[in-house]
Write a protein of this length. Structure first.
Length: 184
């Protein structure tokens, strides 16, 4: 990562979306510590730059440029993992999804699942799944709080739900039913 790379990212990202110890940003190194180190303090990273895009278009531009320049990227949600997977090893760019945190829509009806047996039969089941569309950086607790007044729950509950972000890889790994949650 160089100052020229930082200048490129500055051409389309807001100043508040860039944290870097490189010029001209000159963010104090201690402000990058929460991104460079895991929450347990077990793994320590060395990245000089954190990018916090606000749109999927900005994410696309970052990934395209980093690919062309062979700059490593470490995607980061809540940085709550236990194995250091969201901690940079060298000077990769940390791609924080914290600004991608909008709930786009919720449809409580479309995901209705009804048993194939007649309603008068014991064991008949109607289940309201609902469809929630949310950005990849949404925090699990925020989604849980959003759904509660609608009498719906998130199909996953973790101890780190106050910091746990729904990166698409985590959603896939936890095998959430995609009819319940769509991550954009």
């Amino acid at each position: 990562m160089t100052e020229q790379d930082l200048a490129h990212f500055s051409s389309f990202l807001a100043p508040s979306s860039i944290l870097s110890t490189l010029s001209p940003s000159n963010t104090p190194a201690d402000e990058l510590t929460p991104f460079n180190d895991d929450w347990m303090g077990k793994y320590k990273g060395k990245s000089t730059t954190v990018l916090k895009p606000r749109t999927t278009e900005e994410v696309s531009k970052i990934v395209k440029y980093c690919n062309e320049k062979r700059i490593g990227i470490v995607p980061q949600g809540g940085n709550t993992g236990l194995v250091g997977g969201s901690v940079p090893v060298k000077d990769e760019v940390i791609l924080s999804l914290s600004n991608l945190n909008k709930i786009r829509s919720f449809d409580p009806v479309s995901g209705k699942v009804t048993s194939s047996i007649p309603p008068s039969t014991p064991g008949y089941l109607t289940q309201q799944l609902g469809i929630l569309v949310a950005d990849a950086g949404c925090i699990l607790q925020s989604l849980t709080d959003y759904l509660a007044p609608h009498d719906h729950i998130m199909p996953i509950d973790l101890g780190a739900k106050g910091r746990y972000a729904l990166l698409p890889t985590r959603v896939k790994r936890n095998r959430l039913n995609c009819s319940c949650l769509v991550v954009t």
